[in-house]
Write a protein that binds this ligand. Structure first.
Ligand SMILES: [Zn+2]
Length: 98
């Protein structure tokens, strides 16, 4: 049977199925989903390289709301340290564009 990448964590898995709003969830993510009490919408996996760009886009989208780092980290499903990194990256990108 062919392995397919999990939509949440990106790990290839032999058996993927749809849970918690994830179209193709691997066994690990399904187990996490069950542990969290089977939410309708599962939170994203904590920062994997595959998702970095998407998170950065989400960060840029949320940034004008003026959320604190902990709030932002929760929304994005990343650590506060990652949010700090995004803020720096965004500042540097703005500096380059100007
Ligand atoms: Zn997974």
């Amino acid at each position: 049977m062919e392995e397919r990448p999990c939509d949440r964590c990106g790990k290839p898995s032999r058996y993927v199925s749809s849970v918690g709003g994830i179209a193709r969830a691997c066994g690990n993510c399904r187990a996490t989903w069950r542990r969290r009490g089977r939410p309708v919408l599962m939170e994203p996996a904590p920062s994997f390289t595959r998702d970095r760009e998407g998170h950065m886009e989400d960060f840029l989208f949320l940034r004008p709301l003026g959320l604190s780092n902990p709030q932002m980290a929760k929304r994005l499903g990343v650590s506060e340290r990652t949010v700090t990194r995004y803020r720096r990256a965004a500042r540097e990108a703005a500096g380059q564009a100007a």
